[in-house]
Structures are given as C-alpha cells and as structure tokens.
Design a protein. Structure first.
Length: 334
C-alpha cells in the first residue's frame, strides 16, 4: 500500500512523485527514480522492498521505463478511478506487449512541472516479461525454417544406408531438431502467449545450441561417410543458429532460477540415461562420449560430468540472453 509514500517523497499518502532528475544515486540515465537510491537499472523503486514487477507510464511521455516496483497489490482499477480530494484520475494504461491485467492500478497526484509524475502502474505476470507478439515476418520465417527442418529430417530418415530406424531416432541431433521443428511451427502459426510457452522456447533453444556446440567440438572431425552434407549442415548448423536468432529477436525474460535450469536439463540428462541403458541392450551407442566400452565407465563418467557443467552454463546463458534482449527491446525514455 502507500502508507510509506510520505517517506519516499516527503508528502502525504497518495502524493508520491518520481523524478527523472537524480535526487539520489542513479545507475543509468534511463532510470525513473523515487527520491531514494535507485536499486536496479531501469527500475522505479519505492522505499519498500521490491515485490512485483510491471510497467510504468509517466506524465512526461515516458512509456514502459523498465520495471515498476510496488510494495504490494493495490485495489482494482474500478476502485481507484475518479477519487475525490485532489487525487488524480487514472490517465491511461500502456501495456508493454501482450495482455496485461489491471489489478494493480495506482493513481498518484500530479506534481510540479519539472518532475515526471507516476500516473499508472500496471503489473503483469510477475515471473516473465516479453517484448510482445512476434512480427509477421518472424512468424513467416519460422514456418519456412520449420519446413526446411522437416525436409532434412525426412531425408535423413529415409536414406539411412542400412541403419535401423530405432538407432537413427536415438540421436540427440534428430530428437532436438524434431523439437525445434515443432516449436517453429507452433510459433509461426499460432505464436502462443504465456510463460509456459516461453519456457518451452528457451528449453528447445538450449537443446539446439547443445547440438551445434557438441557437433562442432566433439564430432565434426570424425569420419562419418555422410553422403548428404546439406542435411548435416541443416541439422547441426542452420537450425541451431535459427533457434538462437529467434530467441534474440523475440526474447522472453524468464528470470534465472535454479529450478528453471534444472527443468531444462532434465531432457539432456534423461537422454544420456536412455542411451546408456539402451546401449547395454542393443550394444550400440549414438556417440563416442556415451560409449563406455571404448573408454571405460570412469573416464566416461568424468566426461559426462564436464558436459553437464557446460550444459548448465549454456542454460544460464540462454536465460541471461533473453533477459538482456528484453531490456534492449524496451523503448528508451524520451
């Protein structure tokens, strides 16, 4: 609530002002700051603990200046519009991409002309922020590259040179590219909103990055006798780059948590366990680093621990890249 408002701007409750001029330490020129220390870049911060994030609209024409911080949930919009006693009405709500709830709209009285006054705070999903729906050209490219992936997968699956189908579809490359095709098709045709979908996008982006890096570092030098180099290039090079660029162009700020990274790593870990167990039955392993027969279980285990550490760092990098890209896509204050 605003019981602490008088401490943050020296006025009575309901009269809190924010300043673009810096009354205290400011860490970037894009900060809209209360008269207290700016606690994080592009955040408008009350004196109280930051508990929810949304978007800011201020009278000075600044739209979506980073994340607005409020101390708690406020009355619904219907309960705060048109209040008497000199309080300002809610002027306008500027959602920053996608649907935004209006369950936390806060009116604040207008202040002097030389200050930027907070008129509206709109809090959306606290766990995720995105730049909005994908542009039409991005959705078209998603469908196009999905079709390319389908062609490459179909070609590889029908020109196996005697390899059993079960072995072919036990490659991480094939499985991850199937996931990539599905994500690109769904994103291109429907572009679903919501946090769950963005987490799925981030996870599949991670898996394709793993595919590309593992191939480049551990597998590219091996003689495979590949009769169709274009298929190899599409699955190991083109698709990882496409998923990475898609994540940068239409990013999502998921927020780095141990739980999120652990969830994303469940598939690579499960794939490793599946490959080892299946190898014991059929005496075939998809990759040299997953083959205990040639290197022994101790050496293989150490190598897999190193790979798991690398995959964890890549997961952190994907989350951080999404967070950074969302910040860069937001409009700068005018």
């Amino acid at each position: 609530m605003f019981e602490t408002a008088d401490r943050s701007a020296g006025g009575s409750a309901g009269e809190t002002e924010v300043r673009t001029a810096f009354d205290a330490e400011a860490r970037s020129a894009g900060d809209v700051a209360f008269e207290t220390e700016v606690r994080s870049a592009e955040d408008a911060v009350l004196e109280t603990e930051v508990q929810s994030a949304g978007y800011t609209t201020v009278e000075a024409g600044v739209r979506s200046v980073g994340d607005a911080a409020v101390d708690g949930m406020y009355p619904a919009a219907a309960g705060v519009v048109g209040l008497g006693g000199g309080d300002a009405e809610v002027i306008e709500v500027w959602p920053a991409g996608g649907a935004v709830t209006t369950s936390a709209v806060v009116p604040v009285r207008s202040g002097p002309a030389d200050t930027a006054v907070l008129d509206v705070v709109v809090c959306d999903d606290r766990g995720m922020s995105a730049v909005g729906p994908a542009p039409g050209w991005v959705r078209l490219l998603r469908v196009g590259f999905a079709v390319l992936g389908v062609v490459a997968l179909a070609w590889s699956g029908t020109h196996l040179a005697g390899q059993p189908q079960a072995d072919h579809y036990s490659y991480f490359t094939v499985q991850s590219n199937i996931l990539a095709v599905l994500v690109l098709l769904v994103g291109g045709l429907f572009d679903p909103p919501g946090q769950i979908w963005q987490r799925v996008r981030g996870a599949v982006t991670l898996y394709l990055i793993i595919t590309g890096i593992v191939y480049a570092v551990l597998l590219e030098h091996l003689e495979t006798g590949d009769r169709y180099p274009w298929v190899n290039d599409v699955l190991h090079r083109t698709m990882p780059i496409v998923l990475l660029l898609d994540w940068v162009v239409v990013p999502a700020a998921l927020g780095l948590t141990t739980r999120l990274v652990a969830m994303w790593l469940l598939y690579p870990v499960g794939y490793g366990a599946y490959s080892l167990l299946r190898g014991l039955v059929v005496d075939w392993y998809p990759y040299p680093f997953l083959n205990p027969v040639h290197q022994g279980y101790l050496s293989m285990s150490l190598g897999l621990i190193v790979l798991l550490g690398v995959f964890s760092l890549l997961a952190v990098a994907v989350v951080a890249l999404g967070d950074l890209a969302v910040r860069l896509h937001r409009p700068a204050p005018r």
